[in-house]
Design a protein around this ligand. Sequence first.
Ligand SMILES: Nc1ncnc2c1ncn2[C@@H]1O[C@H](COP(=O)(O)OP(=O)(O)OP(=O)(O)O)[C@@H](O)[C@H]1O
Ligand SMILES: [Mg+2]
Length: 263
Amino acid sequence: MVMTTVTEASGVRVRDICKSFPVPDAPATRRMALGGISFSIAAAELVSLVGPSGCGKSTLLRLVAGLDLPDSGDLLVGKEKIVGPSAERGLVFQDPNLFPWLTVRGNIEAGLVARGVLREKRNEVGEFMRLVGLEAFANAYPHHLSGGMAQRVALARALINHPKVLLLDEPLGALDAFTRMRMQDEVLRLWENRRTTMLLVTHDIDEAIYMSDRIVIMTQAPGRIDREIDIDLPRPRDRTGDSFLRFRGEILEHLHFAGKAAA
Ligand SMILES: Nc1ncnc2c1ncn2[C@@H]1O[C@H](COP(=O)(O)OP(=O)(O)OP(=O)(O)O)[C@@H](O)[C@H]1O
Ligand SMILES: [Mg+2]
């Protein structure tokens, strides 16, 4: 398929980010959620972020999205400091958050409407529906769609803004195992096609190994970077191959979830 526009990806730099929140029971005190995070993502790189629940992964993504501000530290996309939300940084959550009163086409157009560019970009909507394989469902409403289809609409809605960075917060977390594996291939295809810089939060170690160039492991809260692992396997990756399983063992052992068999 020929795409009319090719996105120019940008790298991301996260430098010494600290973020605290008021403690709900004692609003005068604050608890650290991120305790000094630094890492970079190269342009067009796909990096996964894994770590225990509550370690600050979503908080970090919201900071990169510009939806919240850090207490200290710098966030950069390319050479520009992140000071607020921008269509250049797309965010997709576990829940597709589609507008139930709009069709598939309407939902994908919503990003263009919000930016006031629907008139000039309307011809791209069909292209993005094809890209995620939903052209036959243009006039369907969200309640007509399966979970995987709805998530593909959410991806198309983010991609139609040609983001330089795509932030994915457990985007496949609500899907069954088979749909999830199919969707991993879909997301990889979109990534290869668009060459967008991607930061993917996932709890699924296999997903992280299958998809990423690099896995960044965070510690318990307050979140810090524990370790970074380059996944230097050719794609498409074999989930049952020896090197894949070696990465799996290494990461699970590092996270202490390997169970008795590894002892
Ligand atoms: N708006 C907020 N107000 C107060 N505390 C918050 C807020 N947002 C996040 N936190 C706290 O910050 C910490 C990190 O939360 P975050 O949602 O980033 O974790 P996470 O790594 O995404 O967890 P999970 O894997 O369960 O999604 C938690 O202790 C959470 O309670
Ligand atoms: Mg989260």
